[in-house]
Design a protein around this ligand. Sequence first.
Ligand SMILES: [Zn+2]
Ligand SMILES: [Zn+2]
Length: 66
Amino acid sequence: MTIESNDLQLHTRIAKSGILIKELIAFFRGKCSNCGHQKIMHDEFGKCEGVMNKPCNSGCDNFNPE
Ligand SMILES: [Zn+2]
Ligand SMILES: [Zn+2]
């Protein structure tokens, strides 16, 4: 399976979900309310991996929104 077909499958799944690609991009470019880094720097558990090789110590992974 080529990378291109994986991309195509993901695009198809995103399209079926009703989410627009531009909405996803806007979401991931948005800032984390806890540490202020872009959401794209965070993993699936919400833990921030930091930027420019500097670890983020804001504790996003155990942040509980009120
Ligand atoms: Zn964060
Ligand atoms: Zn961070």
